[in-house]
Design a protein around this ligand. Sequence first.
Ligand code: ADP
Ligand code: 5GP
Length: 188
Amino acid sequence: MKGKIIVISAPSGCGKSTIIGRLFEEGGLDMRFSVSATNRSPREGECNGVHYHFLSTDEFRDAVAAGKFIEWEEVYPGRYYGTLRSEIDNAISKGENVILDIDVNGGVNVKKQYDGNAVTIFVKPPCIEELRHRLEGRGTDSPEVIEQRVARAEYEISQAVHFDHVVVNDNLEQAVAETRRIISNALA
Ligand code: ADP
Ligand code: 5GP
């Protein structure tokens, strides 16, 4: 039987990496993380091949031209992100489950391509101000980048209707538990 694709999408700063990190730390879900490619620079603590495959802009464009991506997006001006075919197709044909942390357009795109095999989860912030507060608190982005991310968030939230499930990340423990329940049901 084919493996499942679990997609988690959310505006940046909403907490999806935190939630995914917690799910892996706590264990018990038979899935592995799909490592995307991006041309953005690594943040402190991020490792190539673990958090992302960090590519130069030219390398990213070459990978697009070579058809290596299932989907890719210019999520922010000049910042490209994409899901590598090599991370997904082999795994699911062997019956392995994969979890993707990708933007909302990517999430909708993957759902279209892998309909019966994909379960999509949208993580919503309690409100935009809290999202800004979390991005500021994370301390990884300049004020200009934070504004870009907040500005995009309203559009992203409007896309939640296209997802199979919506989880509000207000209380982290509850959001992790709810996400775990949805994934457990999907993998059962
Ligand atoms: P994303 O992966 O969606 O961009 P992160 O997981 O990096 O977001 O979370 C952004 C910031 O918000 C981090 O500093 C994280 O610790 C914090 N955070 C995540 N979930 C919550 C929550 N429920 N309440 C308060 N802060 C949170
Ligand atoms: P960050 O720079 O904060 O790691 O990610 C910014 C945004 O890009 C997030 O919404 C994240 O989910 C998204 N993203 C990461 N990888 C991919 C991918 O492979 N495809 C798409 N479409 N978006 C991605």
